[in-house]
Every structure is written in structure tokens, then in C-alpha cells.
Write a protein that binds this ligand. Structure first.
Ligand SMILES: [Zn+2]
Ligand SMILES: [Zn+2]
Ligand SMILES: [Zn+2]
Ligand SMILES: [Zn+2]
Length: 123
């Protein structure tokens, strides 16, 4: 099967089209921002996802300021707002308020615990 490559939106490196992460710059949005729920492309500054309707601005669990759900870092404090999928074979970072891993479909039950640990670690 042929693999299609597309330039990363952040650094320009050619990245395989189904990649979630740019291998060069590590960006989690190599082809633009995506909804953490349904993976539809979303625009920064949008109110809600056009695909599933989820809110795109959610309060950061560190600083409480509204941050864009398509990005992996808080717009205000710059800290990562990603938790890890609890499936050991997956472990994909997921946006902190999702209930299900987009990569493997596992329900994420310990999100609160992970968030608490991250907040403690950040002090
Ligand atoms: Zn890149
Ligand atoms: Zn969506
Ligand atoms: Zn923040
Ligand atoms: Zn997973």
C-alpha cells in the first residue's frame, strides 16, 4: 500500500497522513487541530466542534483559564493538558476531559486521578 505524506502544519516536515504526531517537531496536530472527541478538524477560536458539538474552550485544570481543546497545551500557562490512555499497550495522550481514548476506544476512568497527580506535580 502506498503511503501518503503531507507536510506538518507546524514545521513542514513530510509526515505520513495517518500519523497523530509529527516525528520531527512532536506536534500533536501535524495537519491542523482536531476535535479530541470525534477527530474532525476544528478551528482555533471556534466555540464548538462542528462534528460532535462539544465545547472547544474548556477551563485548564492548572490555571482555570479557557484553553483550546484542539491543542495539547494550555493557551495561558503553557502546561500540557493531556492525560494518558490507561490501556498499557496504547498509552496515547488524550485531552484531559475526554472519557474515551480516541486511539483504542478504551474508557478512561482515572482521568481525575491523573489530573490531580499532575496538579500536585506542578506545584
Ligand atoms: Zn512537525
Ligand atoms: Zn467533535
Ligand atoms: Zn493553564
Ligand atoms: Zn488508548
Amino acid at each position: 500500500m502506498a503511503t501518503y505524506k503531507q507536510p506538518c502544519a507546524q514545521c513542514g516536515e513530510l509526515v505520513e497522513k495517518d500519523s497523530r504526531v509529527c516525528p520531527k517537531c512532536g506536534s500533536r496536530a501535524p495537519f491542523g487541530f482536531r476535535c479530541p472527541n470525534c477527530m474532525k478538524p476544528v478551528e482555533r477560536g471556534g466555540e464548538a466542534c462542528p462534528g460532535c458539538g462539544r465545547k472547544l474552550m474548556v477551563p485548564c485544570f492548572y490555571c482555570g483559564n479557557p484553553t483550546f481543546a484542539g491543542a495539547d497545551k494550555c493557551d495561558f500557562c503553557g502546561r500540557s493538558v493531556m492525560i494518558r490512555c490507561e490501556n498499557k499497550r496504547c498509552g496515547e495522550p488524550q485531552f484531559f476531559d475526554v472519557t474515551k481514548c480516541m486511539a483504542c476506544g478504551k474508557i478512561i476512568k482515572k482521568a481525575k486521578k491523573q489530573i490531580n497527580n499532575m496538579r500536585k506535580g506542578a506545584v
